[in-house]
Design a protein around this ligand. Structure first.
Ligand code: ATP
Ligand code: MG
Ligand code: MG
Ligand code: MG
Length: 463
């Protein structure tokens, strides 16, 4: 089943269960002080969960564009992680709770009319003391107990660790559904969150019950497509493989999945997709916050090409493939192809110059490390190069990795902090408040926020 069809079936299924279909909210929610990028389908509905808005509907479903910088290192290495991806979700605001959420998830997954997955291939997890969810899975759905695992806060409380150690905001125990392919690792396809608490820091770790019990679920669209299409990685699904091949073509190589270059093509694919989506929303590569994330993603993608010998800008050529792969859910991408390509090419050119002017310094650093039989790059020297010549740490770390040397990001940041410099580190919020982002967004809100088209300030209703 094609990716576009899975998305549509999901929305149709939940529409048939009385849900209002909402369009994706933006990828970069400038009005939300807690996140740089939308990390999950529930984020546009935070105020609905908190009871801060008058509800026009109590059941909603959406396919939300998401970006998780926290997964950046996983991309290309694991089979199932992207930075940009689409999350399908169904939400209940004080309407149905665990019983319906679990029954409907199961029906959607195994019923031939919908996904038709072999139930024998599915297992679930529940939170340690969640007898209610376990009973529904076992006694009502009929799943044997040995396929229901009970896990702790890290896995089965969302956001991870929330009861004692997570970010503030709405949270609750969750139940995750895993698909087990013939070969390869199991794949977490769907997380059902039973949102019933608001966690706040006043007093610390205070979990207070929300005005009502809610449901928030998230299913990775690309993971579901990989499952149904029987391919070994998300990058081989119908909507992503053409970009992977286009990347290989502009790089002048043949795509072979299980090689270093194969991993590089997957990274380029992911990063150019994420950058296209962000730049489409007018978030250009830059020095701070979300702009810096875009710069970092772009540079990482360029470096993949650089390492196989490219010396000219190439990334922008992949934008049409990205736009084509997402033309069904986001036809508006076609209108910004030129400007997105221009922004990418400018940044690529700048980065090539930066590499040319500084390669010898980085190579010297690598040479020094080898001479002194160190296993990693000298973090102080890397920080100095950034401050004096603008050599970005991602360049240093990538070239170091190539030379089989480590790059200790913690030490690097400590060095930067010692000099009182911005670390250039990515911050990935889920729901929590993080001081610096907070301040930055609040400032933004006061000065440049001019309002967005959608009247509710959250998701726009399709009908
Ligand atoms: P994982 O453990 O695989 O990192 P997660 O537990 O962090 O996933 P959730 O926060 O539960 O993910 O998000 C809900 C769903 O979104 C997941 O079950 C998965 O299908 C999908 N998903 C999460 N992160 C990614 C990602 N980086 N790329 C693609 N899909 C993802
Ligand atoms: Mg994760
Ligand atoms: Mg998980
Ligand atoms: Mg999960």
């Amino acid at each position: 089943m094609k990716t576009d069809e899975i998305r549509q079936r999901y929305l149709d299924f939940f529409k048939s269960k009385g849900h209002t279909v909402c369009t994706s909210d933006v990828l970069v929610p400038k009005w939300d002080p807690t996140v740089l990028f939308t990390p999950a389908g529930m984020n546009p509905f935070k105020d609905h969960f908190l009871g801060n808005v008058e509800l026009e509907f109590t059941r909603a479903t959406s396919s939300q564009k998401c970006l998780r910088t926290g997964d950046i290192e996983n991309v290309g290495r694991t089979a199932y992680h992207h930075t940009f991806f689409e999350m399908l979700g169904n939400f209940s605001f004080g309407d149905y709770f665990k019983k319906d959420a679990i029954h409907w998830a199961w029906e959607f997954l195994v019923d031939k009319q919908w996904m038709g997955i072999d139930p024998e291939r599915l297992t679930v997890t529940v939170y340690l003391d969640d007898d209610e969810a376990s009973d529904i899975w076992h006694k009502e759905v009929g799943l044997p107990l040995d396929r229901i695992e009970r896990l702790g806060e890290h896995d089965n409380f969302w956001p991870a660790g929330a009861p004692t150690d997570g970010p503030d905001g709405v949270c609750g125990p969750c139940s995750e559904i895993f698909f087990h392919p013939d070969d390869g690792p199991e794949c977490e396809i769907w997380n059902l969150v039973f949102t019933q608490f608001n966690r706040s820091g006043d007093p610390p770790n205070n979990l207070s019950p929300l005005p009502s019990k809610n449901i928030d679920t998230g299913m990775g669209l690309e993971r579901m497509a990989a499952t149904l299409q029987g391919v070994e990685t998300n990058f081989h699904i119908d909507s992503l493989l053409p970009i992977v091949h286009a990347a290989a073509e502009v790089c002048g190589i043949k795509y072979e999945a299980n090689t270093d270059n194969g991993r590089r093509m997957r990274r380029i694919t992911d990063h150019v997709r994420a950058c296209t989506m962000a730049i489409h929303e007018n978030v250009l590569p830059g020095k701070e916050k979300e702009n810096y994330t875009v710069r970092r993603l772009l540079r990482r993608a360029v470096l993949q090409g650089y390492q196989i010998g490219l010396r000219d800008p190439f990334l922008a050529q992949l934008v049409p493939a990205v736009v084509d792969s997402l033309k069904v859910p986001y036809p508006e991408l076609a209108q910004t192809v030129d400007s997105v390509q221009k922004a990418i090419t400018n940044e690529e050119n700048d980065f090539y110059h930066l590499i040319e002017n500084n390669l010898r310094f980085v190579e010297q650093m690598i040479e020094d490390a080898k001479q002194s039989k160190a296993t990693e790059i000298d973090a102080a020297e890397a920080a100095r190069l950034f401050q004096t010549r603008g050599v970005p740490p991602e360049l240093t770390s990538e070239l170091a990795a190539e030379a089989e040397l480590g790059f200790n990001w913690d030490n690097y940041q400590a060095e930067m902090a010692r000099h009182g410099a911005a670390s250039g580190t990515l911050v990935d919020g889920v729901m929590g408040n993080s001081g610096p982002i907070d301040e930055f967004k609040n400032k933004l809100k006061k000065t440049t926020f001019t309002g967005y088209d959608c009247t509710s300030g959250t998701a726009t209703v399709l009908g």
